[in-house]
Ligand binder design. Sequence first.
Ligand code: MG
Length: 356
Amino acid sequence: MKIVDIQTRILKAPLKTPFKTALRTVTHLEDLVVMVHTDNGFIGYGEGAATAVITGETLTGMQGAIEHIKPILLGKDIEAFNKLLHTIEYSMIHNSTIKAALEMALYDLRAQALQLPLYKMLGGAETKFKTDITISLNGIDTMLKDCQKAINLGYNILKIKVGENISKDYERIKTITNTFKKSTLRIDANQAWTAKESVTLLGRLENEGIVPELIEQPVKANDFRGMKYIKERTITPLLADESVFSAKQAIELLEMDACDFINIKLAKCGGISHALKIADIAELYNVKCMIGCMLEGPISVGAAVHVASARSDVITMLDLDGASLLARNPIKGGTTFNESDIELNDAHGLGIKQID
Ligand code: MG
């Protein structure tokens, strides 16, 4: 089964409401879909979002990366799978999202060739999952309304974006926690605080009996010492997101004992093979993982669900609301997303049938 062509197309879809974090505001999904064609007529699908503020990638840069690697992959046999993954990894440095999209397409093809859904090819068994939903960073009144709307749609876990300034963030977390006592709250500051600010704010909340399920990436991605400083001085569990792109960074952070959880994202780590590696490393340190997504569509978020199934003992939290934030789903087939409920099916590979 040889690769005969690699094509890309842009996938654009409006969001139900604008997505706002401490780093950016987005109104549309705009992803690059990668289609790898083989000589027996199979198509493997991959997808990646150009999240410049996080991975440094843009859509045109991702298209350029595909043009760079295409001649290297054409004519290669899918059966030499590990060699192909190695080729992708070392074809260029960085470019984690486009590498993830390419890996995804190859995993899709391999599972199709083996006539298995991807999660089964990876040894997974679980098919039903619950995701949280992201509540965008806005004024408190808007956030309270958005939380209520999400709860009405059946979400039990809310991921609250903060990171405006410390005193407003304190009010946000306190008000939302006190208003929605039955919901599980995850707080994501997207690198907006310093380590000292984090300790002051979390300490103040903890003294008032407010302990969210976790605080995600309060400090800058490269501030590992800041992460450790926070972990040692607060009881709120600390989740590393932007600090961990690679398996090597996971080891560094875990060796420092500088986080309680790791957020794995295909677009950060460079694809499914790397995500599995990070989950396996975390397990060695008895650390559980979340699997998350960028603002991305049903193909790549779906692939992340297959990974969650494959490592369900370690990946205990899903932050895979990317597909549910879309006003309409442009993909036929694949993983089923129904608000907080996500379900894998037994179609071969990723199960993608068509893109509108
Ligand atoms: Mg995050």
